[in-house]
Ligand binder design. Structure first.
Ligand SMILES: Nc1ncnc2c1ncn2[C@@H]1O[C@H](COP(=O)(O)OP(=O)(O)O)[C@@H](O)[C@H]1O
Ligand SMILES: [Mg+2]
Length: 279
């Protein structure tokens, strides 16, 4: 299978008053076409900085080095800011924990979805509107035309998350990067959003880099998993293999720390697959 994303030897340093923090230390992984790779690890392990460096969105006090960073075979380590802007939103869709971060509070949801299309695909208002309505419906919104005229704050948290997924899909990206997209949601909503992502992946063939600190979520969505600790990937492999017979002590400790009731999320997520689109 072709690799959509390949990262080798990624390092991120952060300049702090007290000195340099080596926040990401030689991270390597690849994501195949149509595959979901989960980055899992405790808070502060470097997951978000890894994702942000792929997108060229690191904070100003951070610097990045990498041996290899390719997206669909193209080097993305040396792109200009303008070239990165073309990549973000068009070929790589982004989904964050807080949808309010993705949306402009002063513009309607529909207008914001259309803007992404008009900017990256073509200046065709009718086509942009049709695509936005189609995607809002695809992510499970009833009366998508009505939703188009609403402002982000008028949607519930779960619906906003769906609208953000729709926005990330406007340009039919090859890769979605989702950083803790379900962490702020309750368990039922979390299961619905996970299964929505799975079904969206099946229909659009998009690859997903999914970041979470929650192994229950990993079990529900990952094909492969990379376990991060203190800026390093300590274990990477097929999700069933890693969860069933972890090789690393830290992975074992993470698994042992999962409350017994947690695996429910995985089974709930699977059981709602198929009902998505009619919520
Ligand atoms: N802008 C920043 N300034 C200073 N330290 C940061 C900044 N962003 C991240 N860090 C630090 O880098 C480390 C990794 O952060 P992050 O990638 O956000 O972790 P994770 O997403 O796994 O919780 C943490 O120790 C965090 O405090
Ligand atoms: Mg994070």
């Amino acid at each position: 299978m072709d690799n959509i994303l390949e990262i080798k030897g990624l390092e991120v340093d952060i300049a702090m008053k007290a000195g340099i923090l080596h926040a990401v230390r030689g991270v390597s992984f690849c994501i195949a076409s149509g595959e979901t790779l989960c980055l899992v690890g405790e808070s502060g392990s470097g997951k978000s900085l890894t994702a942000l460096s792929i997108l060229g969105l690191l904070p100003p006090n951070a610097s990045r080095r990498t041996n290899v960073a390719t997206f669909v075979g193209q080097d993305i380590a040396h792109l200009s800011e303008r070239q990165m802007q073309d990549l973000r939103g068009r070929s790589i869709g982004m989904i964050f924990q807080d949808p309010m971060m993705a949306f402009n509070p002063t513009m309607t949801v529909g207008r914001q979805l259309e803007e992404v299309y008009l900017r990256h695909i073509k200046r065709d208002k009718k086509a942009a509107r049709a695509k936005a309505v189609e995607l809002l419906s695809r992510v499970g919104m009833t009366e998508p035309e009505g939703r188009m005229t609403q402002f982000p704050h008028q949607l519930s948290g779960g619906l906003r998350q769906r609208a953000m997924i729709a926005m990330a899909l406007m340009c039919e990206p090859k890769l979605l990067i989702a950083d803790e997209p379900t962490t702020a949601l309750d368990v039922t909503m979390q299961a619905q959003v996970l299964s929505l992502l799975k079904s969206v992946q099946a229909s659009f063939g998009v690859s997903i880099l999914f970041i979470t600190h929650d192994l229950g979520v990993v079990a529900a969505i990952a094909d492969r998993v990379a376990v991060m600790k203190a800026g390093r990937v300590v274990e990477i492999g097929d999700v069933y293999q890693v969860l069933k017979s972890p090789r690393d002590d830290y992975t074992r400790a993470l698994i042992a720390a999962v409350p017994k009731a947690k695996p429910l999320i995985a089974s709930q997520a699977r059981s709602v697959i198929g009902s998505v689109g009619h919520v």
